[in-house]
Design a protein around this ligand. Structure first.
Ligand code: SF4
Length: 309
């Protein structure tokens, strides 16, 4: 029987990531209830003595899903006062559940080929993405292989064309985004972020800081200029390729490329809108992180946005 060799790919900056743990200001171990996968759950159930008793006590099960119940200030019960994980300290990261072990990584699955990216909701991943200088590309032995279906090959090919257009630095970024929209029959002016604040306020929100940012943005006015500014053009370009990398391949599930392009371009325009003319890379990194955490990491929210434009 022929063995299928699983190939992998990742963005150029992927290897630069490592979790900054106790130095993280917006730790992913605060505010998120973590579901525990079945293999890790049986591992925990079979452990005996020592810290395993604390682990077992911290697990709750509702509607067939087991998770770590958040403690005081919505902290993961295994996060110590210095911001380190007790499970890693006691047993190493091999004892983490899938979500904790993988975060902030995400996967794009194709037949015989899996891509892994860094999710923008993590402040260290956001810092790496925003500060990356080299034009985005995927490191993989080859993007194309006999194992891929024709549809997957086509989607990867179209996505490569989008990456090429987005990283074509002879043109201003606003021109590149407009070109891509035109190619997909999208009127970029209809994605004007000024019109969507109420929509974003109507979505599920976790952090009051996001609500305050959205309300404050009501006083801003949108201009494409910030996208082409000397300080922020490359950071915005990196964010554009990030959104395409993260979302475009989902059209394999529903056949709808247009909504993924619209969502990606809207995300960039909305971040530009939040900047309100300020060329401040650190601020952009923070806005990108919170936008991702509040909008992109909620399937319910992204699904709603895929449909509204
Ligand atoms: S948000 Fe990122 S850097 Fe911070 S604790 Fe989580 S994985 Fe580590």
């Amino acid at each position: 029987m022929e063995t299928l060799i699983e190939r992998t790919g990742c963005p150029i900056y992927y290897g630069d990531f490592s979790c900054i743990a106790d130095k993280c200001k917006k730790s992913c171990c605060i505010g998120w209830e973590i579901d525990i996968d079945s293999d890790t759950l049986s591992l925990y159930k079979n452990m005996e003595g020592g810290y395993s008793e604390e682990i077992k006590k911290s697990i709750k099960t509702e509607n067939g899903t087991s998770f770590f119940a958040l403690g005081k200030d919505e902290r993961c019960p295994h996060l110590d006062d210095t911001g380190l994980c007790n499970i890693i300290k006691e047993y190493s990261d091999t004892a983490l559940c899938d979500i904790c072990r993988l975060h902030p990584r995400f996967k794009n699955f194709f037949t015989g080929y899996t891509e892994t990216g860094l999710g923008l909701s993590c402040e260290e991943a956001a810092r790496i993405i925003v500060n990356s200088e080299e034009p985005f590309h995927i490191i993989a032995e080859s993007l194309y292989d006999e194992s891929l279906t024709d549809e997957e090959k086509e989607i990867i090919e179209i996505r490569e064309d989008i990456f090429t257009a987005l990283t074509y630095r002879e043109l201003k970024l606003s021109e590149r985004l407009t070109y891509i929209c035109r190619e997909f029959g999208i009127n970029i002016k209809k994605l004007n972020p000024e019109k969507y604040i109420d929509k974003l306020l109507s979505l599920e929100r976790m952090d009051e800081e996001w609500t305050a940012i959205l309300k404050e943005a009501g006083k801003n006015s949108f201009s494409f200029d910030i996208l082409d500014s000397e300080a922020l053009e490359i950071p915005f370009e990196q964010l554009s390729t990030y959104f395409i990398f993260r979302h475009f391949a989902k059209c394999l599930e529903d056949g709808d490329m247009e909504s993924k392009i619209k969502f990606s371009v809207f995300s960039i325009l909305f971040l530009a809108f939040l900047m309100n003319g300020k060329e401040d890379k650190e601020k952009l990194t923070e806005y990108a992180r919170i936008f991702s955490s509040e909008v992109e990491y909620s399937e319910e929210n992204t699904d709603k946005l895929y449909k509204i434009f």
